[in-house]
Design a protein around this ligand. Structure first.
Ligand code: PAF
Length: 283
């Protein structure tokens, strides 16, 4: 079922709750791919009812970013959601979500000073605003996010903790194409040549993984391996490569705890992100 109005969505969810049913929620910006499908399927497995939101959120895009060109195809998205087992697709207009004179902001500090937060000023304020609104509207038991946006997961978990929002945040693994490219709605922007070049992201992370498995613990050296690989690709322009603590997102010199290696790289005009978590006790 497609719902466009908050009022209708709330009354549907209230009727489910009166029956004692649990609600899972998958927030998306549409242009759905197998990554989103895996989140929806997991939500279907773990809840009685599942809501997917499809909303290209204007407040999380910078002035020179791709809000206008972001791919939109609600009919295709609806089909994907329903075939994955979702019960409701919530697809509001921006005017349904935002008052013209809105005066409230939601901002998570520190965790957003680095990585995408540093490169995309205001981005996480927009994400936190829309996610907190959606969680207030849907009031789910569990909400599902992809680990490809590792910083987003960390920021949302912190926001939910700090604001005592009664929801469990479930982080789900990155889904990749067969050749290793992390699935992303923005992959549709890539030309055939750029699509090949984009493999440098997963390839450079694989090199880091092998180096870590072989015992290297000097973060500077691991970073160098990644940068060397990325620099071999002429279409790639590095935005950031970091080696950070998985929880605090603070930079790490010697790898003694679980770490996250997030990277952001422009392939042509398309900015792609990928990451890899290294759990020290696994090796
Ligand atoms: O990850 C996304 O697609 C978006 O940032 C989200 C969480 C749906 C908020 O607009």
């Amino acid at each position: 079922m497609l719902i466009k109005e908050i009022k209708e969505l709330r009354s549907t969810i209230k009727s489910w709750k009166r029956e004692g049913l649990s609600v899972g929620f998958v927030p998306t910006m549409g242009a759905l791919h197998e990554g989103h499908q895996s989140l929806i399927k997991r939500a279907v497995e773990e809840n009685d009812k599942v809501v997917v939101s499809v909303f290209v959120n204007p407040t999380q895009f910078g002035p020179n970013e791709d809000f206008d060109s972001y791919p939109r195809d609600i009919n295709k998205d609806l089909e994907i959601c329903l075939s994955a087992g979702a019960n409701v697709v919530f697809n509001p207009e921006p005017s349904e979500m935002y008052y013209g004179d809105k005066s409230t902001s939601v901002s998570v500090s520190k965790l957003t000073d680095v990585l995408c937060g540093a490169k995309r000023p205001g981005h996480f304020d927009g994400v936190c605003l829309v996610v907190s609104k959606l969680l207030n509207i849907v009031t789910p038991d569990k909400a599902y996010f992809g680990e490809k946006d590792a910083q987003q997961v960390a920021v949302i978990k912190r926001m939910v903790r700090d604001l005592n929002i009664d929801v469990e945040i479930v982080a789900c693994p990155i889904i990749r194409e067969e050749d290793g490219l992390a699935k992303s709605s923005r992959n549709t922007y890539l030309s055939a040549e750029e699509r090949k070049a984009a493999l440098v992201l997963s390839r450079s992370l694989e090199i880091a993984k092998d180096t870590l498995k072989n015992g290297e613990r000097d973060a500077r050296k691991i970073k160098e391996f990644i940068l060397n690989e990325l620099n071999k690709e002429p279409l790639a322009k590095i935005d950031y490569v970091e080696i950070i603590d998985s929880d605090s997102l603070a930079s790490v010199d010697i790898i003694e705890r679980n770490i996250l290696i997030p990277i952001a790289v422009f392939i042509g005009k398309t900015r792609l992100i990928d990451n890899f978590t290294f759990e020290i006790y696994t090796y």
